[in-house]
Design a protein around this ligand. Structure first.
Ligand code: V47
Length: 378
């Protein structure tokens, strides 16, 4: 994109555009100005410029399956529609054999990743989670286990009195491959107190990811937007992630997550509408511009619908996540998106946006498939 082709209708974006085109780092104030601007096409163009500088037309996706072993949770986060108290209607906990069976069922395409997250169960011992990892590795040795948010790791440290490092070491020995990005929400303490006051704070979330990176585990990061947070809170959240990434380089992907209010306490406390397409695209684009040291920005189609996620591929995103198969966290909160897309559906969305689909494994290595085999190029 030549700088002369960029039409700005918001003059506040001029110095920011100049920095982006010169490859300079943006500040907190720049982030706030971007969030407050309505010049979505200019912001999207700038983000697309950065996205194409990093990845050209390449657009990544994977073939994955979500596994949520339990929804029983000692926390009562107001943002969440997934967690249940042990005796509540709809509470479930999978026996290990059930989790292994679910992992293998219902899909003809060979998955390369299990994405495993669940509630903070009051009674399950730490060994349950280690046995889950070991059992999945034994049965599906080629599948990468992206499992347990920093919140869950912090909880296991609490119930075992082991340090976060010791918990992560034991999990890595049992087969853990990387950490998903959940539980970050918004780092600002005043917002956290309202939306998820039972969760670890920003300090422990960031510390857990730092230790994971030190142990050689890659991880992702998320931000939940569209509730009571301000533009300043969002810019602060992204810059705290950028600072850690400067030090460790262990983050792979950032995923902006739109708040879904249905069936949540937060939705009742402060009446909320769902986020709009405009807001979703802006959050993808601003993340691409502020997180200059994150390799990938994911447009999570489950959260923003396949239609908006597809458009996001021209607003800074280079990844669509995966086939997913069975999603609970967003669907319990009223998401109307499908529970799964096929490889074919995802490839079509990407091609239709004029991008080149690349099936990846969790660590972004290209995956090649033949009629009978799946292999990863290392
Ligand atoms: O941490 C919970 C969010 C997250 C609601 O790492 C909600 O590749 C909206 O982190 N409305 C879990 N959001 C999902 C997640 C994720 C998703 C896809 C890919 C990856 C990855 C990670 O979902 C939670 C929380 O921020 N969440 N409840 C709700 N009502």
């Amino acid at each position: 994109m030549a700088s002369t082709n960029l039409h700005l209708s918001d003059a506040a974006l001029e110095p920011i555009a100049a920095k982006v085109l010169a490859g300079e780092r943006l500040t907190f104030e720049d982030g706030v100005a971007l969030y407050k601007s309505h010049d979505l096409l200019a912001i999207g163009s700038l983000a697309n410029h950065v996205r194409e500088r990093l990845h050209g037309n390449a657009t990544y996706f994977n073939v994955n399956r979500h596994i949520n072993p339990t929804n029983v949770c000692v926390a009562s986060c107001k943002l969440c529609a997934f967690g249940r108290k042990p005796d509540a209607d709809g509470a479930y906990t999978m026996a290990l054999e059930e989790a292994f069976r679910r992992a293998g069922e219902g899909w003809t395409e060979a998955v390369t990743e299990f994405h495993i997250v669940g509630g903070l169960h009051p009674d399950l011992p730490f060994d349950y989670y280690l046995d889950l990892l070991r059992g999945l590795k034994e049965r599906f040795p080629t599948v990468h286990l992206k499992a347990f948010t920093a919140v869950e790791i912090g909880y296991y440290s609490h119930i075992t009195r082991l340090s976060i490092r010791e918990v992560l070491e034991k999990m890595k020995d049992a087969g853990l491959g990387s950490l998903p990005g959940g539980g970050a929400e918004i780092f600002a303490p005043a917002v956290r107190r309202v939306i998820c006051d039972h969760k670890i704070g920003a300090y422990t979330w960031l510390k857990t990811h730092r230790i994971a990176h030190e142990l050689g585990l890659q991880s992702n990061a998320t931000m939940l937007y569209g509730h009571i947070e301000s533009a300043e809170d969002r810019a602060d959240h992204l810059l705290q992630l950028r600072k850690l990434q400067d030090q460790t380089r262990g983050f792979q992907t950032f995923i902006p997550l739109a708040f879904h209010p249905a069936n949540t306490e937060l939705g009742k406390l402060v009446p909320h509408d769902e986020t709009t397409g405009f807001m979703d695209l802006k959050n993808v684009a601003v993340a691409r511009l502020l997180l200059d040291n994150f390799p990938h920005i994911k447009a999570y189609w489950i959260m923003m619908t396949p239609r908006v996620a597809q458009v996001a591929l021209r607003f800074g995103a280079d990844d669509l996540d995966g086939t997913v198969v069975e999603e609970k966290i967003y669907h319990d909160a009223g998401a109307s998106t499908p529970q799964a897309l096929t490889r074919r559906d995802i490839i079509r969305l990407i091609r239709d946006a004029g991008r080149e689909p690349i099936e990846r494994d969790t660590l972004y290595r290209p995956v090649t498939r033949t009629e009978t085999a799946v292999s990863v190029q290392v």
